[in-house]
Design a protein around this ligand. Sequence first.
Ligand code: GLN
Length: 205
Amino acid sequence: MSAIQIKVGILGLQGNFLEHMNALSKFNVDSIKIIRKEDLQLIDALIIPGGESTTISTIALSMDLMDSIRAFISSKKPVWGTCAGLIMLSEFIDGNSEIKTFGGLSVIVQRNYFGSQLNSAIRTVNIHDKDLGKDQIKAIFIRAPVIKSILNSPLTSIKILGTLESGEIVAVRQGNILATCFHPELSDDDTVFHEYFFNMIKESK
Ligand SMILES: NC(=O)CC[C@H](N)C(=O)O
């Protein structure tokens, strides 16, 4: 990592926040687990990890964290959602979901698109932004969602960063929000999304 000191918060309500912390430590990036609204004041960027979006949402509501996390997302500091984290950032969930999301990402997401745990797999993702530095990566999908549609409006601009060979959208950026349906924190081979996120943080400082 470069000389700029950054501190990344990982939402630690449920799911694989420890895996994210381990991944950041490999880049010598400081991280802290976020469980109280006060913690959000200490960080330059936030990661919302994978896990179970129903549970993350229920705990965030019961701990009265919804408004503070929404305020962080609209503060323009970088936020990265992986898998359930992406679901929590989506404005809409396909179907009649009762899950209250944080929102911010102007998409409709479909949960469990690939099926159950048995359909978890490593899939090839085609990359569409040269800033990521690769044309393709292998990515880990675990009971993963896909982005079903992007809600375009004159005020939003979403960049599609990654698609599957079958066309589904699995990685996007909208301003300060990065969202991936897969788990870069579990992959030792491809670090392109971490480097991209660190660049977003450096640019925001
Ligand atoms: N690996 C994951 O984060 C799975 C997401 C989970 N299927 C959900 O709907 O929240």
